[in-house]
Design a protein around this ligand. Structure first.
Ligand SMILES: [Cu+2]
Length: 204
């Protein structure tokens, strides 16, 4: 009797462990998502991040979601008039690309504008001249940018300044997409360029 009961417990406890670890990974996933969304604006599965787009880089070439195929991609959304977050992040991404050495040619690094009103291809070209040449600055018209920011769950909002000018509030995450163009996770820039480069190389 006792033996049967303990055997039953053993059998029963195994699925429980599986359920518990599944629930645990769901929780981790959910927390990651909440963090990725920078607050909660509708909870979406990580797989739902990304989608088709057609943008123009700083040299006038067309870049689409097909460009994500076959190599890992870092994507950062921002704007050229950004006072601190964007230049800091682009500097960090530049350092990582430098640490990648020759492998930097085997990744994509995109800076996508959330401010199409001011960031045309010429503005992007001028701005990106301060950063690693592998970085591509992508922009498009307001409608195109609205579509891609929505697909990537990027929050971007115009904030008027007192002098009549404006700034942009925006999500400041670096997205890591894999060789299939699928979202992996936010890419952590808060480590040494060598560490981040080693991590990125795993996705080559
Ligand atoms: Cu910014």
């Amino acid at each position: 009797m006792d033996q049967t009961a303990s055997a039953a417990t053993r059998v029963a406890s195994r699925p429980l462990v599986i359920v518990a670890s599944f629930a645990g990974s769901l929780l981790v996933g959910l927390l990651l998502m909440l963090w990725a969304l920078g607050g909660v604006r509708g909870v979406t599965a990580p797989a739902a991040i990304g989608g088709p787009f057609q943008l123009t880089d700083q040299s006038g070439a067309t870049v689409t979601e097909a460009s994500l195929q076959g190599r890992p991609t870092l994507i950062f959304f921002g704007f050229t008039h950004c006072p601190d977050v964007c230049p800091t992040s682009l500097f960090e991404i530049s350092e990582i690309l430098r640490a990648m050495g020759g492998d930097a040619d085997r990744v994509n690094a995109y800076f996508i504008s959330v401010d199409p009103e001011r960031d045309d291809a010429a503005a992007m070209k001028d701005y990106l001249s301060s950063f690693d040449p592998h970085l591509k600055g992508l922009t498009g018209d307001a409608e195109t940018i609205a579509k891609v920011t929505s697909e990537y769950r990027v929050y971007a909002k115009k904030v008027p300044l007192k002098d009549g000018d404006y700034t942009m509030d925006h999500t400041a995450l670096t997205y890591l997409m894999d060789r299939d163009g699928k979202f992996v996770a936010p890419f952590n820039l808060s480590r040494t360029p060598a560490e981040a480069a080693a991590d990125l190389k795993k996705y080559l």
